[in-house]
Design a protein around this ligand. Structure first.
Ligand code: PDD
Length: 278
């Protein structure tokens, strides 16, 4: 079965969707996106993703042309039509199509696009044995809380990680840990679990939120606070979170082992706690 897409109100095969070259998403990266995962045909944390999509769009003054009930219907219908049970759903809203001009077009009719593709399995070795990461300077803008289409620094950082033979690149801004190119970062120090402050310099991850709640449910000390690179390098455990990766232990940063160089006990406990959620 071909992969399914949804574009401006219509489902079709993904490959039949034709976008205008004057779409502002294409010309300016003028839009926002979300990635949702469905487990056994059920979209996970759809309400949280919808809220973040509406917030991101609102911050750049794009009206979201559907409500949460319609959003849920599109998700369920697309998942059903795709025939997949493990699904990676990509959602994009742009400011629409207009002759190229930086100023917003009036009227503005947003472009809405969803794709429904099979979710590839994260290698179990990554989950069980952990991954390595590098650190890179954070050259992004100051509104990383908006899940915007402008991902060039993330693309370059992720490519740098790939060329270094590691899974992820972690952005460092003025000595502080921000987040990964495609993930949020946590560290464990002396039994406490920490993730960087959630502000305009990082994306508030949906997985991050649920991992924080899982930690609290398990009675673990959990805090959002500024984390220096030195602290991260000395942490007992480090892990990454994200929709597609869930929780991945980090066992080396810039070639130096984290803790004992293997996934830590708290990370494994949170992996089990999160797995029971989804
Ligand atoms: N990215 N930080 C950044 C910069 C991200 O791109 C992502 C996810 C996250 C984790 O957020 P969440 O838990 O809500 O997926 C944090 C998606 C998966 C992507 O761009 O493909």
């Amino acid at each position: 079965m071909p992969d399914i897409g949804y574009w401006n109100g219509q489902f079709s095969s993904l490959q039949d969707i034709r976008l205008s070259p004057e779409d502002r998403g294409f010309l300016f990266g003028d839009g926002v996106y979300e990635v949702i995962r469905a487990y056994q045909g059920v979209p996970a944390f759809a309400g949280d993703h919808f809220n973040r999509l509406v917030r991101s769009a609102g911050e750049i003054r794009i009206p979201v042309p559907f409500d949460q009930a319609t959003f849920q219907e599109i998700l369920l219908s697309g998942i059903r039509q795709s025939g997949y049970s493990e699904v990676k759903i990509y959602i994009e809203i742009t400011r629409g199509v207009a002759p190229r001009d930086h100023v917003f077009p009036a009227p503005c009719e947003p472009t809405v696009f969803f794709s429904f593709r099979e979710m590839g399995k994260v290698p179990s070795e990554w989950r069980l044995k952990g991954v390595s990461v590098i650190t890179v300077p954070d050259i992004r803008w100051n509104r990383c809380d908006i899940k915007s289409l402008n991902l060039l620094p993330n693309v370059l950082a992720k490519q740098q990680a790939k060329e270094a033979g590691v899974f992820e690149a972690i952005f460092i801004r003025e000595g502080s840990v921000m987040e990964g190119a495609t993930s949020n970062v946590f560290m464990v120090c002396q039994g406490g679990i920490y993730t960087p402050l959630i502000n305009h310099q990082v994306l508030a991850g949906v997985t991050q939120q649920h991992v924080m709640r899982t930690a609290q449910r398990l009675g673990k000390g959990m805090e959002c606070r500024s984390i220096s690179l030195e602290e991260l390098m000395r942490a007992d455990e480090v892990f990454l979170t994200g929709t597609t990766i869930e929780i991945l232990p980090v066992v080396a940063i810039d070639g130096c082992s984290v803790g004992q160089g293997e996934p830590g006990a708290l990370t494994k406990e949170l992996q089990r706690g999160f797995a029971s959620l989804v």
